[in-house]
Design a protein around this ligand. Sequence first.
Ligand SMILES: Cc1cc2nc3c(=O)[nH]c(=O)nc-3n(C[C@H](O)[C@H](O)[C@H](O)COP(=O)(O)O)c2cc1C
Length: 178
Amino acid sequence: MNVSKQDNAESLKEAMRQLPFPVAIATAAIGKEKRGITIGSFTSLSLSPPLISFNIDHEAQIHPLISRATHYAVHLPQPEQSSLCDHFAISGQTSEEQFEDVDYFRSSYGSPILRAIPTIIQCRSYEKVKAGDHTIMIGEVVEVEQRNSRPSVLYYDRSYRSIGPSVPDKKPKVKRAG
Ligand SMILES: Cc1cc2nc3c(=O)[nH]c(=O)nc-3n(C[C@H](O)[C@H](O)[C@H](O)COP(=O)(O)O)c2cc1C
């Protein structure tokens, strides 16, 4: 990487700190091997078919597993579940350390489902696109469980946040003729 590319990467990181983003936890398993990861890159991508995407660092321990998995699950935690987000963001944990104190079960698609989290989107692996040092994982939604519709947790300036009040309505008043 030359100096200017490095500078741009740092500037991008700095600029992205201004942007609050949603936090999700992705999980995958193959046989007895299972893993989870906290992600900030989750978004919906298409409705026909229903697709979602998120990005996984090539260095992340889950990368080889989730790349081979036929299915995975994406969990949308609420602010009171931020400790689970912290837990699945700790680097260097073994698979056992990740799941030993976490209440989960394996879905009919084989993905680990974290019981505490009320919204879970199960996906079939649809496509993987290598982009720089990450892989864009594209999943086709096969099942959605949504036990409530309260706002998910956000991440901003290196901490978890709850959504704030909406901004005041500053729409210009429309002048009517006559
Ligand atoms: C709020 C937040 C968002 C994150 N988003 C991503 C992401 O979208 N993709 C990714 O690969 N890592 C992301 N990470 C980092 C991973 O969670 C973390 O590096 C990973 O769990 C390291 O574990 P490992 O040692 O098992 O690879 C994020 C971390 C946090 C705290």
